[in-house]
Design a protein. Sequence first.
Length: 252
Amino acid sequence: MNLMELSTIAAAGFLSALIKNGVGVGSGIFLLPVLTLVFPAKTALGIGAPIMLGSDIIGLRNYWREWASTRELLWLLVPAVPGLLLGTWLIPVIPGHVFRMGVGVFGMAYALGMLFPRSRIVTACTRLLPRPRPGARRCSAVFYGMLGGIATVMCHAGGLVWSLYLLSTQKDRRVFVGTIVLSFAITNLYKTFAYLHIGILDTQTLLIIALSLPAIYLGSFFGNILNKRSHHRMFRIAVLAVIFIVSLLLMK
């Protein structure tokens, strides 16, 4: 790797951890298109997993045992397993240029959907998703669990999917965040090994990411401060705008 690539990994790790701990707007969705500006799309996907795993470790420390019950976790994460396996199988099959284009389209769609949540298109798409209800809660958990498994392994977007389920089932904010953090940690650990297996991540890159851990920890530290002191809405809008612009650049 050259100096630019090394600097990109460290900077992306810092910013991703800053976003995750600052506003939780979707650090993985931010990380993938930013890395894709410098690396091939699939390589960027591979690099993202261990970077996020580094910030997950801090998150686990901050929210230790403040997550949903073991039964609730199993209902969400066990269905994620076939989704993870399916996504792992699909990644090598999809052509690189198509994957890059998909990253760009998804990033723009995510940014616009979060910036304009009350638009007709977003509202219509939301209505198509099953809503967790007391009588069909387990079915919803299976649906969102599997869909989240596919989303997280293919574009680091599992948190977005799982949040749709957890927002309606977890009223305690700490439990909600703790459950997301634990889900991230488990799946990012799996993804790191899976990406090594399919060849979009190698041990040399893992070592370089390990050397970038101080930047990731600094991002987590300042993100926590940012969460307490900044205007969350403005920072969130700024992050979404960056995601949209970077994703748009990937369409060239």
